[in-house]
Design a protein. Structure first.
Length: 114
C-alpha cells in the first residue's frame, strides 16, 4: 500500500473545490450517455483509474487525503489508461476520467457526507 497522505496538506476549502470539480465531471460523464460507445469507453477508463486509485490510496482515507492524492494523480492515471485502455483521442478525456473516478471513490472516505 502506498504511503498515507497527510490530511493537513489540503485545506478544507481546497477539498471543497476539488469535490465540486469531481461533481462536475460526474455530470459531464452522465451527459455522455447519449453516445453509448463513448460512454462505455469512459466507464472502462474510469474503472482502470479507480482500480489504480484503490492501490494508491487504500481502503481507509479521509476526503482531505483523497484530495491530496489528486494533486499528483494525472501521471499515474495517464500511464494506466495508456497501457490498458487507450482509445482514439483518449488524452483529451483524461481530466474527465480522473475526476469522475475520484467523484465515485470519495463516497468511501471515512468523513464523506453527501
Amino acid at each position: 500500500m502506498l504511503q498515507r497522505i497527510a490530511s493537513a496538506a489540503v485545506s478544507a476549502d481546497e477539498t471543497t473545490l476539488l469535490r465540486e470539480e469531481w461533481e462536475e465531471a460526474d455530470r459531464r460523464l452522465e451527459a455522455e450517455r447519449g453516445d453509448p460507445r463513448r460512454y462505455e469507453t469512459l466507464l472502462r477508463q474510469i474503472a482502470i483509474v479507480t482500480e489504480e486509485l484503490r492501490k494508491r490510496v487504500g481502503q481507509t482515507y479521509t476526503l482531505a487525503e483523497l484530495a491530496a492524492s489528486y494533486r499528483s494523480a494525472e501521471g499515474w492515471a495517464r500511464e494506466a489508461v495508456q497501457e490498458r485502455s487507450p482509445s482514439p483521442g483518449w488524452p483529451r478525456d483524461l481530466a474527465l476520467v480522473l475526476a469522475a473516478a475520484y467523484h465515485a471513490y470519495q463516497r468511501r472516505a471515512s468523513d464523506y457526507r453527501a
